[in-house]
Design a protein around this ligand. Structure first.
Ligand code: ASP
Length: 347
């Protein structure tokens, strides 16, 4: 009988990491997860019990929907007491959305939930999938000096870096450094050993509540990306659309938007109708400060809320969760201004 010191649940949802080439048409198709364990015998060397849960159907992450996040959150809740940590194998395309969503949905999390995947299928000789998977398992089972989880957060591990999930964006469709956390330092870096950046990691307060899963998500959110030449019709359709309760406006630089009267009139009308308008910058680094430029000030005066240094992925997930909890848009706006789980730097 093997002696295990820890236990990890590996949750396979789909994505490149578990794909292999179909010899008939050379397209990538998901294969049985049992084969992944054969591909990575290194996993058996950990003194860690690794159980596998495979989602059916396996999906390309372009097909991820909030219903899948609920399944994932429910699975982690149901198996929470059985494992020291969880590794989620997920396609890279929407991994930053899913990791953001789970960070808000798993309230009071005290164990690691590590998302990972790969740019090259695990069966290929130069795959990045093996290192990503093996290190993720090590991190998910690691303990800190006090015996608690080394990283009790929802994270993305990719190409030697452990990043806070709700700070990540996919920045490269080819290179192995697929993710960046531009506004927050890595939580750990893997070299000869894995170095944890304990000053950056969030630990649950002593005596804090146990895990609570938010399952109610309100998805009535749109994203409006500003660009030169944008028309009143496009802006009006999105900001005033019946089906949207909130709109993330991806603005320029420090949170700037056109100063044209028609633009501000639509913004004011949307705010007047009680809609939630959240200002998130198109820039990867830095955040929104609506007090710097006149155009930003006007947005603030109209009632637009600052997204600070949030990513769009995180802003979307946070809105889904906050709006799912209440119909009161003012309460949602108050929630947007505070950091719930390290997603913004301003508190
Ligand atoms: N299209 C794939 C997905 O996101 C790409 C990947 O896995 O990296 O599922």
């Amino acid at each position: 009988m093997e002696e295990y010191r820890s236990s990890v649940l590996l949750i396979y949802t789909g994505g490149t990491i578990g794909m292999k080439e179909d010899p008939r048409d050379q397209s990538l198709k998901p294969f049985d997860f049992g084969q992944i364990l054969q591909e990575v015998p290194e996993l058996r060397k950990f003194a860690c019990r690794i159980d596998v849960h495979t989602f059916t159907p396996l999906i390309d992450s372009s097909d991820v929907e909030p219903a899948m996040w609920k399944r994932l959150a429910a699975l982690i809740r149901d198996r929470y007491d059985e494992y020291d940590g969880f590794v989620v194998l997920h396609g890279t395309d929407t991994m930053a959305f899913s990791a953001s969503a789970l960070s808000f949905m798993l309230e009071g999390l005290g164990k690691p939930v590590i998302f990972t995947g790969s740019q090259l299928p695990i069966g290929r000789p130069r795959t990045d999938g093996k290192e990503n998977l093996v290190s993720s398992v090590e991190i998910a089972s690691a303990r800190g000096e006090d015996g608690g989880a080394a990283v009790p957060e929802v994270c993305i591990y990719f190409n030697s870096k452990l990043l806070r999930g709700n700070r990540c964006t996919k920045v490269n469709s080819e290179g192995f450094t697929a993710f960046d956390s531009a506004n927050y330092p890595p939580l750990a870096e893997a070299g000869i050993s894995i170095r944890y950046n304990t000053a950056a990691i969030r630990y649950p307060a002593p005596g804090s509540r146990s895990l609570k899963v938010r399952t109610s998500l309100d998805t009535r959110v749109s994203i409006l990306k500003l660009h030169p030449g944008i028309t009143p019709r496009v802006v009006g359709n999105i900001l005033l659309g019946e089906e949207t309760r909130a709109v993330i406006i991806e603005t320029y630089g420090a949170g700037n938007a056109p100063s044209k009267e028609w633009f501000l009139d639509i913004v004011k009308e949307a705010c007047g109708r009680g809609k939630i308008l959240l200002n998130v910058t198109q820039c990867l680094h830095g955040g929104v400060d609506m007090d710097i430029y006149a155009t930003g000030k006007k947005l603030k005066e109209a009632g637009v809320v600052s997204g600070y240094d949030s990513t769009t992925e995180s802003a979307l997930a946070k809105l889904f969760c906050l709006m799912g909890e209440t119909e009161d848009n003012e309460a949602v706006k108050r929630g947007l201004r505070v950091s719930l789980c390290g997603e913004i730097s301003q508190i």
